[in-house]
Design a protein around this ligand. Structure first.
Ligand code: ATP
Length: 318
C-alpha cells in the first residue's frame, strides 16, 4: 500500500504552548481520511506544517515519500503533490476567478490542463463568476473557488480544512459529492470538519485530536463499535412537560414539544427494563426504536475526557 502522507512524532510550539504534541499517523493512498478535533485541537496547525504555511517544530512529514522540510525551497517535490484548501482564502483579491485559476498551476511548475479546468469549473458551477474579482464573490462561491484552486494542478493529495464551513445545505451536498468523485478518480483526501455526520459518511478512517494529542485513530466503523452505547428513541402519546429526575443517568433529551424522548443506553442496560421503568414513571409510550453509536458519540466520549478515554480502552491507535 502506498503511503500518501506520513507524519512521525510531529510537534509545534507557539511560545510556551505545545499545540501539536508528538503526533504520528499515516494516510494511505486512495483513502478519504478525517482529521477531527474540537476548536483549538491543532488541526489547522498540522495542515499548515504539511502545506508550508508554518514551520515544522520537530518531527517528520513525508508526502508520497517526499520530505517536507523546514526550508520551503527544499520541500518542492512534496508540495507539488499537494492541493490545499485553507479555512481562509489565500489569493490576490483583485484577480478574477479565471485569472487566478489560469495562473495557479504555474506555481507548481505545471501547465494548465484546459479539459481539467473546464471540468472543475462546470462541476463547481463557477461559469457565471469566472470574470468576477475574487473579493466580489459570496461566501459559498468563494469556497467553491477555493476548492477549484486547490485542485487545478491535479494534486495527488488534497487537503481540505473545513471545506463546508458556512456553506448552505444544498451546496454542502454537491461539494461532498464532487470530493467523492475526485477521490474515486484517484486523489487521496485528508479533511477536517466539525460536521461529524459528514465525516462519518465521507471518511474511511479518522484521527481525533485533543489539545494537540492523538486520542483515536481507526476505521470510522471500528471506532463506533468500540463505544458500548446505543440511543433509545421513545415517542410519547402525551407530551412530557419536565424530565423526571430518575432518568438523569440516561442523559435524556426531550424534543418535538415533549413528545420525543432520547436516552443514552450503555451496553449493559436492558431496553425492556428501561421501558418498564418509563411506564412506571407514568410515561405514555406510543413507539420506540434504538440506534447504534454515531461518530459524534465517539467524538464526545474521547474529547470530553482524554484520561478516561485512555483508561477505558476506547483509544485505538493503529
Ligand atoms: N500563529 C499562531 N500563534 C500563536 N498561537 C497560535 C497560532 N496559530 C494557532 N495558534 C494556537 O494553536 C492552537 C491550535 O490552533 P489550530 O488553529 O491549529 O486549531 P484547530 O484544531 O484548527 O481549531 P479550529 O477547529 O478552531 O479551526 C490554538 O490554541 C491556537 O490559538
Amino acid at each position: 500500500m502506498t503511503v500518501a502522507l506520513d507524519i512521525v512524532d510531529l510537534c509545534k510550539h507557539f511560545g510556551s504552548q505545545l499545540v501539536v504534541d508528538h503526533l504520528s499517523f499515516r494516510v494511505e493512498a486512495g483513502e478519504i481520511f478525517g482529521l477531527l478535533g474540537p476548536n483549538g485541537a491543532g488541526k489547522s496547525t498540522t495542515i499548515n506544517m504539511i502545506a508550508g504555511g508554518c514551520r515544522i517544530g520537530s518531527g517528520a512529514i513525508h508526502v508520497f515519500g517526499q520530505p517536507v522540510l523546514r526550508s520551503a525551497s527544499r520541500s518542492r517535490a512534496a508540495r507539488c503533490q499537494l492541493g490545499v484548501m485553507h479555512q481562509e482564502l489565500i489569493a490576490d483579491p483583485f484577480f478574477t476567478i479565471h485569472q487566478a485559476l489560469q495562473l495557479q498551476p504555474g506555481f507548481y511548475g505545471t501547465q494548465l490542463d484546459p479539459h481539467w479546468y473546464a471540468h472543475i469549473v462546470e462541476r463547481l458551477a463557477l461559469t457565471p463568476y469566472l470574470h468576477k474579482p475574487v473579493n466580489h464573490l459570496s461566501g459559498g462561491t468563494k469556497r467553491r473557488f477555493m476548492l477549484a484552486k486547490a485542485l487545478i494542478h491535479k494534486p495527488a493529495l488534497l487537503i481540505l480544512d473545513e471545506p463546508s464551513a458556512g456553506v448552505d445545505l444544498e451546496l454542502r451536498h454537491s461539494l461532498w459529492q464532487f470530493i467523492r468523485d475526485v477521490n474515486r478518480s484517484g486523489t487521496t483526501v485528508l479533511l477536517t470538519t466539525h460536521y461529524l455526520e459528514e465525516a462519518e459518511q465521507m471518511c474511511q478512517r479518522v484521527a481525533i485530536l485533543k489539545q494537540g494529542r492523538l486520542v483515536a485513530l481507526d476505521a470510522t466503523e471500528r471506532l463506533k463499535q468500540q463505544i458500548q452505547q446505543r440511543q433509545l428513541h421513545v415517542r410519547l402519546s402525551r407530551p412530557l412537560r419536565a424530565i423526571p429526575s430518575a432518568l438523569m443517568p440516561w442523559q435524556p433529551q426531550l424534543s418535538s414539544g415533549g413528545r420525543a424522548l432520547q436516552l443514552r443506553l450503555p451496553a449493559e442496560t436492558s431496553v425492556c427494563l428501561l421501558l418498564t421503568q418509563l411506564q412506571q414513571l407514568g410515561l405514555d409510550i406510543s413507539d420506540f426504536d434504538t440506534s447504534g453509536p454515531s461518530l459524534e458519540d465517539v467524538f464526545l466520549h474521547l474529547t470530553r475526557d482524554v484520561a478516561s478515554a485512555k483508561t477505558t480502552g476506547v483509544l485505538h491507535v493503529q
